[in-house]
Write a protein that binds this ligand. Structure first.
Ligand code: ZN
Length: 260
């Protein structure tokens, strides 16, 4: 991977001075995405067959888009970026915290132990929270059942459901570019309505999402969906750090600065 364009720091909380998360490369010994025994080795199952062009060893980095959402930054194919952004936001908004040193997208490599390109080499796969969702012979995951269901509904396959070795951190997009554009349009239409103006007294799912994003930015809040004094204090502290107007009201600029 090109190391020059993103500040990649190992062993350090990967956060730029602005507070915006940066793209993190997986560690060199990181593997995922074994064949699932359902035909993954066959050409018909590959992203190239679905119209995404050649994968590894071709360099697809120019097709990548950086998604910043939910406290993490992921490089993914630009055609699925709006989908990934919406799904990451919903994942965090429902209360599943993501850890920025453990979430990866694009990586130009083969599936370990094979000469078949990984879906990561097209930017069509992401890994979430590798530590608590390791690859192995049995399923180990801290993801609540709604989480893979959420991603599967938008066209992803979950590695935790592989028939062979389980890979709970791993999600891969199984549609064509045309499918991705259609789904991206659907999720983009749904965004906006989920970023309402929030202030003291607000309650519900958008507040839970706000609290999770504030926690990802360093706050320590209970994600209870209730905008009380602690949430207000965390919003003001964040606005101060981000150089925004410190009014404790969460509008478009504060949502954007939070990566939500
Ligand atoms: Zn993976």
């Amino acid at each position: 991977m090109d190391e020059s364009s993103e500040a990649t720091v190992s062993g350090v909380e990967p956060e730029a001075p602005s507070g915006e998360p940066v793209v993190v490369d997986p560690p060199p010994d990181h593997d995922c995405e074994e064949s699932d025994g359902t035909g993954g080795a066959q050409r018909e199952a590959t992203a190239e067959f679905r119209g995404w062009g050649a994968g590894w060893p071709s360099d697809n980095r120019a097709a990548m888009h950086k998604v910043v959402a939910g406290g993490v930054a992921l490089l993914v194919h630009r055609e699925i970026a709006p989908i990934v952004e919406a799904l990451v936001n919903e994942t965090v908004g429902r209360g599943y915290q993501l850890h920025s040193g453990q979430c990866w997208g694009y990586a130009n490599r083969a599936i370990a132990g094979t000469n078949r390109p990984s879906n990561h080499s097209w930017g069509l796969a992401i890994d979430l929270n590798s530590t608590t969702n390791p690859m192995g012979p049995t399923l180990v995951t801290d993801m609540p059942p709604w989480l893979p269901d959420l991603w599967i509904r938008r066209g992803f396959r979950w590695g935790g459901a592989y028939r062979g070795r389980k890979d709970a951190m791993h999600f891969e997009y199984m549609g064509s570019p045309a499918d991705a554009r259609r789904v991206a349009g659907e999720v983009s239409a749904a965004v906006g309505s989920s970023r309402p103006l929030l202030r003291t007294g607000a309650a519900g799912a958008p507040v839970r999402q706000l609290q999770a994003l504030l926690n990802a930015a360093g706050a320590v809040l209970k994600v209870d969906g209730s905008f009380g004094p602690a949430t207000l204090a965390a919003v003001k502290a964040f606005q101060q750090r981000a150089g925004l107007i410190v009014d404790g009201v969460v509008g478009r600029q504060t949502w954007a600065a939070l990566g939500g």
